[in-house]
Design a protein around this ligand. Structure first.
Ligand code: PLP
Length: 412
């Protein structure tokens, strides 16, 4: 037998920006026996999660829950609203926006990718991978589209590959100011229940999200929150769909059931997660994430390193991307931290491979989780020979101590 120890003493620190650690309460809730998905008890559970999740998306309209990862919900959003050959305007914020565009191509759509041009002189990295969506670029492109060929605008709210959270309300205003009828499709797979999000108020037509990030669940369920305009578009959209089709699901969801076998045990977990999030209060959840993210950035600054996000107005509350100095392979630093300190950090993805790593501070995360995480990073960076300025741990500790308040307690 190979001598692999998958269970070293102490807990593993899963500090990637999703999947995030699953709290004990949720693990326990998911361990209930699986019930008949057509039986009377299931309808109660179904109705409970379907109405609870509306509160998390801040919508009065239907939210479709799929037994799929976020990628499935991306496909569902496109397939339900669009037809072969439709032009869609997508914005390059990073790796996930790029993957969504590739999917649009594979589905037979005609995506047009726009981006902030140029390269950042400090890091040599693409500007658009260091900044948020520039709503004015979208507005300009839509004004030029007098024939209204563009059927949808697709943006990523929290770009998990960079740690940038874009201003969705500004994108909505730009579409309205251009007087353009395009649908607005938003991916907040890694933003929901961590970063402020308002499906109805921001006039989003389809919001896409997933279970394994701010909702603190394992991977395996994903969401489409709809608007009346999106539901209307689904009646004429011609991209092939069957499993993903909203009509039958929305219809059956009214009684708390699904047209197929849903992911029962993940739905138990979802009910528990919604309880936990609403008990804390969504605003408190957002404030907790903002505060942890600010302390993490304080540490990066003290180290003398650069955050991937270059615009202070759009730093992500979910994760922080840390650019390693030229010549330092970020993947080697991550590997060293994994081996020595049993902590997983997010890799640089796509154009950022080896250039940066990502610290997740989302979901079931508090001051001491972050402090341990930063200690692991600081020790690992030093061991990797990276010259650090001051102690990021000391800086974050001071920042957190100065802003700490009594914890809101609810039963575990
Ligand atoms: N979009 C964003 C912003 C993501 O962070 C992810 C996954 O991390 C995805 C899409 C793809 O989701 P999944 O891996 O659950 O299919």
């Amino acid at each position: 037998m190979p001598n692999l120890n998958f269970h070293p003493a102490g807990r593993h620190f899963l500090q990637i920006p999703g999947p995030s650690p699953v709290p004990d309460r949720i693990l326990r809730a998911m361990s209930h026996p699986t019930i008949d998905h057509r039986g009377p008890e299931f309808g109660v559970l179904g109705r409970q999660v379907l109405s609870g999740i509306q509160q998390i998306f801040k919508t009065r309209h239907p939210v479709v829950i799929y037994p799929a990862s976020g990628t499935g919900a991306w496909e569902a959003a496109l397939a339900n609203t669009l037809s072969p050959g439709d032009a869609v305007l997508m914005y390059e914020t990073g790796h996930f926006a790029s993957l969504w565009k590739k999917m649009a191509e594979r589905l037979g759509l005609q995506p047009e990718f726009i981006a902030l041009p140029g390269t950042d002189t400090e890091t040599g990295l693409p500007n658009s991978w260091r900044h948020g969506v520039q709503a004015d670029l979208i507005g300009q492109r839509l004004r030029d589209d007098r024939a209204h060929r563009i059927k949808a605008v697709c943006v990523v709210h929290n770009e998990t590959s960079t740690g940038v959270t874009s201003n969705i309300a500004a994108v909505r205003r730009a579409i309205d100011a251009a007087g353009h009828p395009a649908l607005l499709l938003v991916d907040t797979i890694s933003g929901l229940a961590s970063a402020d999000y308002r499906h109805d108020e921001w006039g989003v037509d389809v919001t896409i999200s997933g279970s394994q990030k701010g909702l603190m669940l394992p991977p395996g369920i994903s969401f489409n929150a709809l608007s009346p305009k999106a539901l209307e578009a689904s009646k004429t959209s011609k991209l092939p769909k069957s499993f993903w089709a909203w009509d039958e699901i929305v219809e059956m969801n009214q009684t708390g059931y699904w047209p197929y076998t849903p992911n029962t045990n993940l739905l138990y977990g979802l009910a528990e997660a919604i309880d936990m999030i609403l008990a804390e209060g969504l605003d408190n959840v957002y404030t907790r994430h903002d505060r942890l993210a600010a302390a993490c950035r304080g540490a990066v600054q003290a180290w003398g390193l650069t955050t991937q996000c270059a615009d202070p107005a759009v730093h992500s509350p979910v994760l922080t991307g840390v650019v390693t100095p030229v010549g330092v392979d970020a993947d080697q630093v991550r590997a060293l931290i994994y081996e020595r300190f049993n902590m997983s950090l997010g890799a640089g993805l796509g154009k950022l491979k080896g250039r940066m790593f990502r610290i997740g501070h989302l979901g079931d995360c508090n001051d001491l989780t972050l402090m341990a995480t930063l200690a692991g990073c600081e020790m690992g960076l030093r061991l990797a020979g990276v010259k650090l300025g001051d102690s990021g741990v000391a800086a974050a500790m001071e920042q957190l101590a100065a802003t700490s308040t009594a914890l809101a307690r609810h039963p575990h």
